[in-house]
Design a protein around this ligand. Structure first.
Ligand SMILES: Nc1ncnc2c1ncn2[C@@H]1O[C@H](COP(=O)(O)OP(=O)(O)OP(=O)(O)O)[C@@H](O)[C@H]1O
Length: 611
């Protein structure tokens, strides 16, 4: 097999220098967000950093005064040490303050980081909920979402780094002022020592980001393999089908490629980093020799030597740190770009949603020559669907697997828009209504409903979450879906945690989960009910019970049932038979049986099976 990863890096889009610097424009907006997260913590952190920035030069200065005082007192006959002890006392005080301030910085950064992380995670969740399904299924978009989501800790790191950078800048400024005051020539050596490591840092972090970004899709696959390889939901099949080696091999192959590329880069970075560091040390010793020479020739004092060598040493370190932090900042700023681009995705509807949603349906829905293919796929799934669903009508969708039944409901629910043709509600194109209001019109249970690992009560209330505390409503809904039978057997009843993920959780059987999920559809008195294979996991008796209740409750209510069970389907007012994305037949059970086409064939086949 080709070494997919190694080959693919060069093929992947690389981010250039300009790209990484341009991402810095997001920094001010980032700080605005942090500022809004917690103003007092932000101010506290900024204040502490300002103190921390000017402390080094003051401490070095006091050190110089102490040395000069010692030299002076050693030369006089009757030494007066009182001033010396005062200076030592001041230095001690400054060291204590320095320690206190650095702890305060860690504390405020930690708290601010946590608060910001919560805020940005919430923003991502809220934004995701507003985004079209078609975008969420687009892999390029999904990668962006993943980068925005997984880089939360990176953004918190960016915050500390960026604030630290400002601190370093002030610190460097004060130290340089000190150097210039005594020995301006030392600046030249300083600049020389710093340039190589700066270039080194920028170049490598650029490569690192390119690698990480180019590999988003593969990392997503790795995460998925890691998930299915060690997960209680997949354990049964993995054991039974002996899939461990298959999954582990796939994981290892993919991660080895990434590891190799990363290793190559890390080794190069360390080796060159070492060489450039030696250059830095060399320039420090150059400066040191120069200063010693100046002391010996009597140009500067011993105290000034301590100050200058200390300041030079600190400066080279600070500058190196400044540049490496700077590259880390440009690197994280690129992730910031992903985050803001995600948050800024326009969710403006393509068509003005200018129509008022009718309180109740007057005429019904009409599909007019609806065609549709999923985004990113060339296959047309619905090929010119036209039919009417009158108000109060119970319609059943029937057809073989993949015929397009669920897709039809997804269009009705406006998860996707038809490629051509349109759907009308009381004669108005449904995309003219406010989407959230329109979707609120429906009570739905999906075929692939989600099993929320929440309590039973919450699982049901999800159908209309603002009614979470309305016990009566929850109980009514669970009676209709037969979920009450399941809940009465749970140790903690409605408060029972469901699923296995959390402590004291109790898992349910497929049919039991389905009853709980079905109750969601009953939570609101929706205008339209859609049940997509709601009873596939139920036993025959439960299915019949559930449907009797459904029929009674939805008398004169507009509803759609998708089912493969004809005992259920035949109870609908009319049945729409889909074949390969087209409407094959539409009529009552009796009409279709007499029609002697696909429906009557499938019905007879199933009826025989039950004999
Ligand atoms: N998100 C998607 N992206 C691309 N293709 C999809 C997507 N969802 C469904 N399809 C394709 O659309 C076709 C119709 O699927 P749909 O789920 O509507 O069928 P269905 O009639 O409900 O089938 P079933 O009885 O198996 O539930 C299938 O060929 C399926 O592969």
């Amino acid at each position: 097999m080709a070494r997919r990863g190694l080959q693919s890096l060069s093929e992947k889009k690389k981010v250039n220098f300009k790209g990484s610097f341009s991402a810095l424009v997001f920094i001010p907006r980032f700080f605005k967000e942090i500022w809004r997260t917690n103003k007092s913590l932000f101010l506290g952190s900024a204040f502490c950093r300002l103190i921390a920035a000017i402390l080094p030069v003051i401490i070095l200065w006091i050190g110089k005064i102490i040395i000069d005082e010692i030299v002076l007192q050693a030369q006089v006959e009757t030494a007066d040490l009182s001033r010396l002890w005062l200076y030592v006392g001041i230095e001690f005080g400054l060291i204590v303050v320095s320690d206190l301030v650095s702890r305060a910085i860690s504390l405020t950064d930690g708290l601010l980081g946590d608060a910001y992380s919560i805020k940005s995670s919430v923003s991502i969740m809220r934004k995701t909920s507003k985004i079209d399904m078609s975008l969420l299924e687009d892999s390029e978009f999904y990668d962006k979402l993943e980068r925005a989501r997984t880089q939360t800790t990176g953004r918190v790191g960016l915050m500390s780094n960026a604030l630290g950078e400002l601190q370093s800048l002030i610190s460097i400024g004060t130290l340089i002022a000190g150097l210039i005051y005594f020995e301006p020539y030392l600046i030249i050596l300083l600049v020389l020592s710093i340039i190589p490591s700066f270039i080194n840092e920028i170049w490598f972090s650029q490569q690192q980001y390119s690698l990480a970004r180019g590999w988003t899709a593969e990392r997503r696959e790795l995460d998925y393999l890691r998930y299915i390889g060690a997960n209680n939901e997949t354990a049964k099949e993995i054991k039974l089908f002996g899939l461990t080696d298959f999954i582990v091999d796939r994981f290892q192959r993919l991660s080895q490629d990434y590891f190799d590329l990363n290793k190559k880069l890390a080794v190069k970075r360390s080796a060159l980093g070492f060489v450039f560091n030696v250059l830095g040390t060399l320039s420090y010793y150059g400066a040191y020799v120069f200063i010693i020479y100046r002391v010996v020739t009597g140009v500067i004092t011993l105290g000034e030597l301590t100050f200058l060598s200390g300041a030079f040493n600190r400066l080279t370190k600070n500058l190196q740190e400044f540049f490496s932090k700077f590259t880390r900042i440009t690197e994280s700023a690129l992730y910031l770009k992903d985050y803001f681009e995600f948050i800024d995705i326009s969710i403006e509807p393509k068509i003005t949603e200018d129509q008022h949603l009718p309180k109740t349906i007057r005429l019904g829905f009409e599909f007019k020559d609806v065609r549709f293919g999923y985004p990113g796929s060339d296959t047309e799934i619905l090929k010119g669907i036209s039919f009417e669903m009158k108000v109060g009508e119970k319609l059943a969708f029937v057809g073989q697997n993949g015929a397009g039944k669920t897709t039809l409901t997804k269009l009705l629910l406006r998860f996707y828009e038809p490629t051509s043709g349109a759907i009308y509600l009381d004669g108005i194109n449904i995309n003219r209504f406010n989407k959230a209001d329109y979707q609120n019109y429906f009570g739905v249970i999906f075929q692939d409903f989600f099993k929320y690992e929440f309590t039973a009560r919450e699982n049901i209330a999800i159908g209309d979450i603002k009614e979470l505390n309305n016990q009566q409503k929850i109980e009514n809904a669970s009676e209709l879906s037969l979920a009450n039978e399941v809940i009465s057997e749970l140790k903690k009843g409605y408060d029972q945690q469901l699923g296995k993920r959390f402590a004291k959780g109790q898992d349910l059987s497929g049919g039991q989960w389905q009853k709980v999920a079905l109750a969601r559809a009953y939570m609101k008195n929706a205008e339209v009910m859609i049940l997509d294979e709601p009873t596939s996991a139920l036993d025959a008796k439960a299915e019949s019970d559930v449907f009797q209740r459904f029929i009674a409750l939805t008398k004169n209510k507009t509803s759609i049932i998708i089912s493969h069970r004809f005992s259920t389907v035949r109870q609908a007012d009319r049945i729409l038979v889909l074949e390969n994305g087209t409407v094959l037949e539409l009529g009552t059970h009796q009409e279709l049986i007499e029609n002697d086409s696909l429906y009557s064939e499938l019905f007879t086949l199933q009826a025989k099976g039950y004999q």
